[in-house]
Design a binder for this molecule. Structure first.
Ligand code: AMP
Ligand code: MG
Length: 412
């Protein structure tokens, strides 16, 4: 048992740690108005209402013929001359009694018509239609306001704008939206053993992968990045990088050097430069995680192991970033699924296994885990599509219920 596991120094549980982290943060406030296409992926700063109905008028859902059900024959075929033609984008005249209007999808229903019959259901001869069916009033008509009613809320403040969101904004005529300014995240990576890809590896060296993982994760959440690259394992270098990053960014994320070894300087640096709010968590992977602040800049030190970086980013950095961004995010909710594996050894820490859902022999989806769950095995994050969450002290048999958390719930 190492120092972190002794009962005298209890490790902080996942939920408590997350609540603690969030309690120290507030939204970075700047707002700017951006054209819809530039607003994509940004966070909406004000709730939006529609100023018009969508559609604005009753219109046809089909290519066909508009008429009034009062003109249906009392028996036998209904026969109606076609008195006008209305294409989408044009407004017809009031429909003459006893006639039909040729109409196309999206075209406004003419006054005095109350139904549309599909063109496939009529016979057309000499500009006259005949049919035997008895359509009802309202058939194939999309009423005004069917999608959106004027005055109603269309998009909530705090929404990260997706394709369908900017599409909806466009549908009510908005050409730009107020969005929160992007947050700036500073990052650096500690470890004298690290070299960048492209260089030859000397003995004892490894390639720096965390920088690329973290870059991708931050980009996928729409952050601006201040990348300070590799930093050597000295307290001086660590403090210098930390000061520079915190001066330039709203949040600083580092990898490595956060444990209790003599080469781990991150925690001490943060204690000397600012405040350490939290350190050491009862989770696996990712026990030695440090959270604090330097002046007004939040700081989170992730462990160096590549899987820990990916997992703790999802579990902690994502909620942190979403809070700073002003998003109205919710804690990811585990999807209850059937375990397709045994987990015989309980752990005092909550485990987040790299997993994915696959059909079993009967076609039911079950959670399978990557066979090697070591925190250095980055392949597990690539193979996996989510985490299986295993509570502290729990064992499992195949067939038991477990919670599955898709990566996408964190990185959306
Ligand atoms: P540390 O947290 O600094 O003790 O690092 C834990 C493990 O992660 C060590 O095996 C490191 O070599 C490895 N590691 C740290 N930083 C990186 C990085 N940027 N890329 C890949 N592996 C790393
Ligand atoms: Mg290190």
């Amino acid at each position: 048992m190492n120092q972190c596991d002794t009962p005298e120094i209890p490790l902080l549980a996942y939920d408590a740690a997350l609540d603690e982290l969030i309690s120290h943060l507030s939204t970075v406030p700047g707002v700017s108005q951006k054209p819809l296409m530039q607003a994509l992926g940004e966070v909406l700063a004000e709730t939006q209402q529609a100023s018009i109905n969508v559609p604005s008028v009753d219109n046809s859902a089909m290519d066909g013929y508009a008429f009034n059900t009062a003109d249906l024959a009392s028996a036998g075929a209904t026969i109606l001359p076609v008195s006008q033609r209305i294409a989408a984008g044009f407004t017809g005249a009031k429909l003459a009694a006893g006639t039909a209007a040729r109409i196309f999808t999206g075209a406004p229903i003419p006054e005095a018509a109350n139904t549309v019959i599909m063109q496939e259901q009529v016979e057309l001869e000499n500009n006259t239609i005949s049919f035997h069916t008895r359509p009802e009033a309202g058939n194939n008509i999309r009423p005004a306001g069917n999608d959106i009613k004027a005055g109603h809320t269309i998009l909530q403040k705090g929404t990260r704008l997706r394709a369908q969101d900017i599409g909806l904004a466009a549908s009510v005529g908005l050409q730009s939206l107020p969005v929160f300014d992007k947050i700036r995240v500073g990052m650096f990576f500690t470890g004298d053993e690290l070299v960048e890809p492209g260089q030859a590896l000397a003995e004892g060296q490894i390639y720096d992968s965390n920088r690329y993982t973290l870059y991708g994760l931050l980009k996928s959440l729409g952050c601006d990045i201040v990348d300070l690259g590799l930093v050597g394992d000295t307290l001086e270098a660590t403090k210098k990088a930390m000061l520079e990053a915190s001066a330039k960014a709203d949040l600083v994320v580092t990898c490595g050097g956060v444990s209790v070894g003599e080469e781990d300087h991150v925690r001490i640096a943060i204690e000397q430069l600012g405040q350490l709010h939290l350190w050491r968590l009862r989770i696996k992977p990712g026990k030695p995680l440090a959270f604090g602040q330097i002046n007004h800049t939040a700081f989170i030190g992730l462990p160096g192991n590549p899987v820990s970086v990916f997992a703790t980013f999802c579990l902690f950095v994502c909620p942190l970033i979403k809070t700073l961004q002003g998003r109205n995010w919710q804690k990811p909710v585990g999807i209850p699924v059937v375990a397709g594996f045994d987990w015989p050894k309980p752990d005092s820490r909550r485990e987040f296994l790299r997993a994915r859902l696959e059909p079993d022999e009967e076609g039911r989806l079950v959670a399978r885990i990557y066979p090697n769950q070591d925190s250095g095995v980055l392949t597990s994050t690539v193979w996996g599509q989510g985490f299986v969450e295993i509570a502290e002290g729990r064992t499992l048999k195949a067939g038991d219920k477990v919670d599955y958390l898709p990566y996408a719930q964190f990185l959306d």
